[in-house]
Design a binder for this molecule. Structure first.
Ligand SMILES: *Cc1c(COP(=O)(O)O)cnc(C)c1O
Length: 513
């Protein structure tokens, strides 16, 4: 706790905004009466009294308490804040399942082109032919990458794609006069999968993993035998970073039971140009453009979760779809009686789609395959570099784009996965994903991505190894970490449930945090 800030007892660090480490003053504490960062010209029109425009009870009785700072102080303040966060542009970010790859700047240049950024969604089709062509082309590329047949770009995120895909599956069953409710989900699944299943009106039917990290076939047979199978949701490679060796048999079992297969392709970094969900037997896929196709994400920024489906499911896709008429003109087709309807305003997060288009276009087929080959190589390189310090529960297998190690060997020093993750921050590394998937004790899920150089990977391995040494020599330090950052160990539950996001003043009687 920062005594000078007068943080009251009971309020956690997480709830306090701490600006630049050099001087942790808030912008209010930097305020000096009379300073300002603005200058406006004389008013050139008659001033309208606000009295008549805003009702009295909505009007301020005293001026707003705003900080008074000069322009340079203001710029330094926010620049300082902007450097406190970890980001892919500032260092290694091996956050498993999140695919924090570098986002090429050419994507940004393309998204900023005035012909794209200046569009209005109500412009007539004749004036947005380029945008429609881009959407049509991106859809066709996702179709090709997935080995399926028709796409929609509307969903705004991976989880939204899941819901959309499940609604399509529901509509397809209903059209055949059936209404099965159970969707099979392995115990390695991303948390959004069971949530989407429930939101889509289905019931999750869990299935265990086997000793090699794939779907346990005996358990799957037992779950299928209980009947009412609407489908199965699977990530392949799964969140253990392992490719399911039984995928063709799994698809056969589920299809024979009348179910459809949903591929959670949020993270397709291991399979681009190498294996296609359609060939594995999947009927619906979603992609996270913000992971696989490099649009900036994290911090709640916009994403896109396009879905691609097998031809029999195409009539159920959301409206509108982009089509091309006999004269080569693109248009938005709304006349689709079996469609599940719209899932988002207009046509999706268009700027994100421009970035994904640019990424795929600039890499080409060869480049995309190289992305996956390098992502897999890099993950295996880091896994081998850490083999003697972590437990690798599936270490006899080659991992794909990520691997899951266990920090259980540190337990004898009283150190947990969380402590390792927090200490990595002091070493300048964003921590890996921790405690997920749930079936690995003290899980550390590491995804270095293809955009890290060998030097960066060696440095990352070195950081993990230093922390492992410290765990033996000074375990108390790890339990306290991070010790070098402006924000120390957070109470994450309180930070999420009771965030304090607004300036409080001592005079208001609540401690001035
Ligand atoms: C990230 C992720 C999701 C969810 O994607 P969002 O865009 O965050 O909704 C779903 N499944 C897997 C495997 C993921 O890694």
């Amino acid at each position: 706790m920062d005594e000078r800030r007068g943080t009251p007892a009971g309020r956690t660090d997480a709830q306090v905004c701490r600006p630049a480490p050099a001087d942790r003053l808030t912008i209010y504490e930097k305020s000096r009466p009379g300073r300002g960062a603005w200058s406006l010209p004389e008013l050139g029109v008659p001033e309208v009294p606000v009295d008549g425009l805003i009702p009295a009870h909505l009007r301020r009785t005293a001026p707003a308490r705003l900080p008074e700072v000069g322009e340079v102080d203001l710029v330094r303040h926010f620049t300082g804040l902007s450097t406190l966060n970890f980001g892919v542009d500032s260092g290694s970010y091996p956050l498993g399942s999140c695919t924090m790859k570098y986002n090429p700047r050419v994507n940004e240049a393309a998204a900023r082109l005035e012909g794209f950024s200046g569009l209005h969604p109500y412009q007539p089709e004749s004036l947005v032919q380029g945008a429609l062509e881009l959407m049509h082309e991106l859809e066709s590329w996702l179709v090709e990458i997935s080995g399926l047949h028709a796409a929609t770009l509307q969903p705004a995120a991976g989880a939204h794609g899941e819901l959309t895909g499940l609604l399509v599956i529901r509509a397809a069953h209903l059209a055949e006069g059936r209404d099965p409710r159970r969707i099979i989900i392995p115990d390695t699944a991303h948390g959004t999968n069971p949530a989407s299943v429930v939101m889509g009106g289905f019931v999750p039917a869990p299935v265990r993993s086997d000793a090699r990290g794939g779907v346990d076939m005996d358990d799957l047979r037992a779950v299928v035998a209980e009947g009412d199978i609407a489908g199965l949701m699977l990530t392949n490679p799964n969140t253990l970073g392992l490719f399911d060796e039984h995928i063709v048999a799994i698809a056969g079992l589920v299809h024979d039971a009348g179910g459809l297969l949903y591929y959670d392709g949020a993270n397709a970094n291991a399979v681009l140009g190498i294996s296609r969900p359609g060939d594995m037997g999947f009927d619906v896929v979603h992609f996270n453009t913000h992971k696989t196709f490099s649009t900036p994400h994290g911090g709640g920024g916009p994403g896109a979760g396009p879905i691609v489906v097998r031809d029999a499911l195409a009539p159920f896709l959301p409206v509108p779809v982009v089509e091309r008429d006999g004269d080569g003109r693109f248009f938005l087709q709304y006349d689709r009686p079996l469609s599940i309807g719209k899932v988002r305003t207009f046509y999706g997060n268009f700027g994100v789609l421009v970035r994904a288009w640019t990424y795929i276009r600039s890499l080409g087929a060869e480049g995309l395959r190289q992305v996956s080959e390098t992502a897999v190589l890099n993950a295996n390189y880091v896994m081998e570099g850490l083999r003697d310090i972590l437990d690798l529960p599936y270490g006899e297998r080659r991992c794909m784009h990520e691997f899951v190690g266990s920090a259980a060997p540190f337990r004898e020093h009283g150190v947990r996965a969380l402590d390792v993750a927090k200490r990595l921050l002091d070493h300048g590394v964003h921590p890996p994903t921790t405690y997920f998937p749930l079936i690995v004790d003290e899980a550390l899920m590491v995804e270095p991505t293809e955009t890290e150089s060998k030097d960066a990977l060696d440095w990352l391995i070195g950081a993990f190894r230093s922390v492992a040494d410290e765990a033996k020599e000074d375990p108390a330090l790890l339990r306290e970490a991070p010790v070098t950052l402006p924000v120390r160990r957070l109470d994450e539950a309180q930070a999420a449930r009771r965030p304090v996001v607004k300036q409080r003043f001592a005079e208001d009687g609540d401690g001035g945090a």
